[in-house]
Design a protein around this ligand. Sequence first.
Ligand code: FAD
Length: 645
Amino acid sequence: MSVVERQRWDVVVVGAGGAGLRAAIEARERGARTAVICKSLFGKAHTVMAEGGIAAAMGNVNSGDNWQVHFRDTMRGGKFLNQWRMAELHAREAPDRVWELETWGALFDRTADGRISQRNFGGHEYPRLAHVGDRTGLELIRTLQQKIVQLQQEDFKETGDYESRLKVFQECTVTRVLKDEAGERVSGAFCYERESGRFFVLEAPAVVLSTGGIGKSFKVTSNSWEYTGDGHALALLAGAPLLNMEFVQFHPTGMVWPPSVKGILVTESVRGDGGVLRNSEGKRFMFDYVPDVFKEKYAQSEEEGDRWYEDPDHNRRPPELLPRDEVARAINSEVKAGRGSPHGGVFLDVSTRMPADVIRRRLPSMYHQFKELADVDITAEAMEVGPTCHYVMGGIAVDSDTAAARGVPGLYAAGEVAGGMHGSNRLGGNSLSDLLVFGRRAGLHAAEYAAGFDGDRPGVTDLQIDAAAAEALRPFSAEGQEEGTVPENPYTLHQELQQAMNDLVGIIRREGEMEQALRKLADLRLRARRAGVEGHRQFNPGWHLALDLRNMLLVSECIARAALERTESRGGHTREDRPAMDREWRRVNLLCQLRDPTGGLAATDPVRGQIDLVRETTEPVRPDLLALFEKEELVKYLAEEELFE
Ligand code: FAD
């Protein structure tokens, strides 16, 4: 039996990005003793990379904006597969969350009359993104961090201990969400320190997962090293289903050159601020790619598109500002048709659209990114850009109001790891607002749930701890596990996984290729059991990767299975063999669950567990929300019987 330190908390928040920190603040303010745990340094979560802004219908730049318009845009962007109640709460509450950030010290860019400035972004009818240059995520995290420090100072005054009610465990990884002996309710989290390899357990009746996305399963991605789908896999392993995992967003504009930086994001603000896309023939090709559902909202000529920047009330927006899935597919088609740039992308140009000093002021990170990484001066020449895996719309199935994960009492999820909010495609800027709205809700409900226990909290047994420790240590004894087998190198397995997902379940999908991907993933899952590492538990990146592989493989299989099942194209899921959106599929959610070979949920052995796919009918949209749309528009999205109803 291993001796592992145990600590008692009320709420454990896994992840210190925007969602996790907002959840932790709320839980602590509601009186719950709260622990936050994160893989990276405190303040370094992926959210700091967010560039463009936070979407919130404050109406500061165009008074026509309000929550109803934001709701409409979000549903259109998600092609009506959004969990509509989440989209409603998000649109209603986002402005309050932004103003709240300001009262906590966030310094947003201002309009000429001193209000929080808002910028245009794809799919948003009005300028809606509150921003801080192109470093909005950094300011968001800085502000939330500052708020946490302030709460800790208050606690110090009262208890003499800064960490008595709110503690951050940085550079630590959770490998299992633990449940009581009956396997029903959450009882804590099994964790290890990345530096020392030391195991510890945080016991708590409520765990909030806010671990972000899955991008590191793909070869070309804008995501940081932390995005290995941990929270998704932790939920699966704990018995919670994942929702609509086929929807992965490929951002249209990642860097394509040089190879070492391929995939790094070029923010949508470049297009929001007037940047245009051209092919190798110099043509602004997006005018050829406006789909029927959006035809009435987008300019038909370059002149009209250009006029919109000055006079948005009397002109339609340029098609460069279509939702991301549309732009990514268009770029893909141009490159495939032989009209790409020298390094396999297309050209994105701001140099002919704005004076150099304005570019440097409005897009400082982009200016430096291209200068330093590609030796391109974006004030004088065009950038080369192409699609990059950016965001996962699929995620843990949650209750819209409480953020409670389905089927596992005590488990909550918020931020990119949670599914439903964005439907089949997320609009830019809607993630940062999602983090704040649902981070707060998750913290609130987790704290309330934890407060419901007196002395009868779900317990963690030594047996469970031993099992979690043995699983985590497996890579050190991979050779001895199965006689005669050679350990597999985790880096090789990871590369093969990334290549397979990129090539076979990427931006354009085909039935045969997805079947091939599933065979490859099954093989990788078996080989990952033999993933072996050398050396010690002290900071050992190979070991960390070997543990992350379990998560990436589970999540990738969910993506591939759901993508194969959904025989239509919608948002972030494009099938060459089924190119049209099918209204009947709007009624279908696909849920992935992990079953052990005996049929029970929450397989303890991830290698032998099977991913099951279950179809579920989506909840009908509330009539007053449907009334926000014209009937003619609804006809494009809703199934026949829904229209009838
Ligand atoms: P994160 O911020 O990623 O935090 C995840 C946390 O979980 C981290 O602290 C990590 O260490 C921790 N973690 C993960 N696994 C474990 C584990 N096993 N154990 C312990 N801790 C763990 N969205 C917008 O709305 N506007 C933008 O302008 C915008 N720009 C973007 C620019 C870039 C380059 C990228 C890549 C994304 C951008 N997005 C933007 C998307 C947005 O940044 C993310 O969706 C969002 O930040 C996710 O936040 P989160 O709180 O869910 O997760």
